[in-house]
Ligand binder design. Structure first.
Ligand code: NAD
Ligand code: UDP
Length: 346
């Protein structure tokens, strides 16, 4: 099968690209605005990369879609810090530019696997129930809480993809990732920068390595289910392998057994770092107000628990527990620090 990935050199894209290529079953075309993570992931193995900016190269995007059997759309701005500092850029790329990719899939009748987000569910509204793709209400805060602009843009695109399925027969799967972590997630950030700090694992990892305090936003009482990237990629492979069962479905990808508060996650990372990587380290964990960390307009998702019955029905189960997830992810970052900084900056 000919598979085309847009946003192929991101965290998920680079890990997925390697696994799809290694399977030997597919011809994989990798498109992104840059290829640093692909070079890191593939090391010396060859890969088919083309520099394609989905915002500008719309004719080329259309050609690539026409030539593919399956299209993955992973291109997006994904860091909560950016939802606060560059909200219009977030909507432009994550909604309008991705819409172009989707319309090419409709035009050429190509199967699409599009990356939605678990952020679409928003807040729990006080319920303890896990998020179900076809049942759970999507609860966002007021407009002035700018954090929700990403969720809202992604939600509208989900609704349009659904409508393209109903009205024009688009074949698609919408993937909702729940906090994937692992090799090549974001980057080391030597200095903390409010407008551009990475997601929580990469931020804590950077704090440990550069001996800065790990910062718990508003005390770190929000909860997340951390999913090891290898489990996530296996889920994506299962989705590719079950086109009929997964067609016109929204699918949560996450590990409900790996739930932790952010405070507990920070403690686990600090303990793991001292025990396995730097016995002389003395990590400091402190609380910080969200208004200082992200600026005005931040509001958190209090809890995100996936119902994964759609994936278990096709035989997928996550394999990596929380401790192993943290250990393996940290190991990659520590062992590859020099090369990561060289290729991704800090
Ligand atoms: P990432 O930031 O690592 O990757 C995004 C990629 O898109 C980058 O390589 C970037 O260069 C590329 N890109 C940006 N602008 C582009 C453009 N104009 N043209 C082409 N490519 C462009 O993010 P990720 O974690 O790999 O996420 C991939 C998808 O999964 C996104 O849609 C994201 O919203 C979704 N998602 C991820 C998670 C997670 O846990 N990682 C959680 C929820 C949703
Ligand atoms: N967070 C934190 N310290 C950090 C980065 C993030 O306490 O240095 C918190 C953030 O407020 C949220 C959770 O960790 O509650 C996960 O944040 P992330 O940026 O990974 O993305 P999210 O899951 O919110 O999309």
């Amino acid at each position: 099968m000919k598979i085309c990935l847009f946003g192929a050199s991101g965290f998920i894209g680079s890990n997925l690209a390697l696994r799809l290529s290694e399977s030997g079953a597919h011809e994989v075309q990798l498109c992104d605005v840059e290829d640093a993570k692909l070079r890191l992931r593939f090391e010396n193995a060859p890969f088919a990369y083309e520099k394609v900016d989905i915002s500008k190269d719309t004719d080329r995007v259309d050609e690539l879609v026409r030539n593919a059997d399956l299209v993955f759309d992973l291109a997006a701005f994904v860091h909560p810090a950016m939802f606060m500092s560059k909200p219009l850029d977030v909507v432009k790329l994550n909604f309008f530019d991705c819409l172009n990719v989707i319309q090419s899939c409709v035009r050429h009748n190509k199967r699409l696997i599009h990356f939605s987000t678990s952020e679409v569910y928003g807040k729990t509204g006080g319920s303890d129930a896990s998020f179900k793709e076809n049942e759970t209400d999507l609860i966002l805060g007021p407009i002035e809480n700018q954090r929700w602009i990403y969720s809202c843009a992604k939600q509208l695109l989900d609704r349009m993809i659904f409508a393209y399925g109903v009205e024009q027969g688009l074949n698609y799967t919408l993937v909702r990732p729940f906090n994937f972590v692992g090799p090549l997630m974001d980057k080391f950030a030597k200095n903390w920068d409010r407008s551009d700090n990475p997601r929580v694992f990469a931020n804590f990892m950077s704090s440990l390595v550069y001996d800065r305090p790990l910062q718990l936003v508003d005390g770190g009482q929000s909860r997340r289910c951390f999913t090891y990237i290898d489990d996530a990629i296996s889920a994506l492979e299962a989705i590719v392998a079950h086109p009929n069962e997964m067609n016109r479905q929204i699918v949560n990808v996450g590990n409900p057994r790996n739930e932790a508060t952010i405070a507990d996650f920070a403690q686990l990372m600090a303990d793991t770092y001292v025990k396995h990587f730097d016995p002389s380290a003395r990590p400091v964990i402190k609380s910080v107000a969200s208004s200082d960390f992200y600026g005005k307009g931040y509001e958190d998702c209090d809890r995100r628990m996936p119902d994964i019955s759609k994936l278990t029905s096709i035989g997928w189960q996550p394999q990596f527990g929380l401790e192993e997830t943290v250990m393996k992810s940290m190991q990659y970052f520590v062992q590859n620090k020099t090369r990561l900084v060289e290729l991704l900056g800090e």
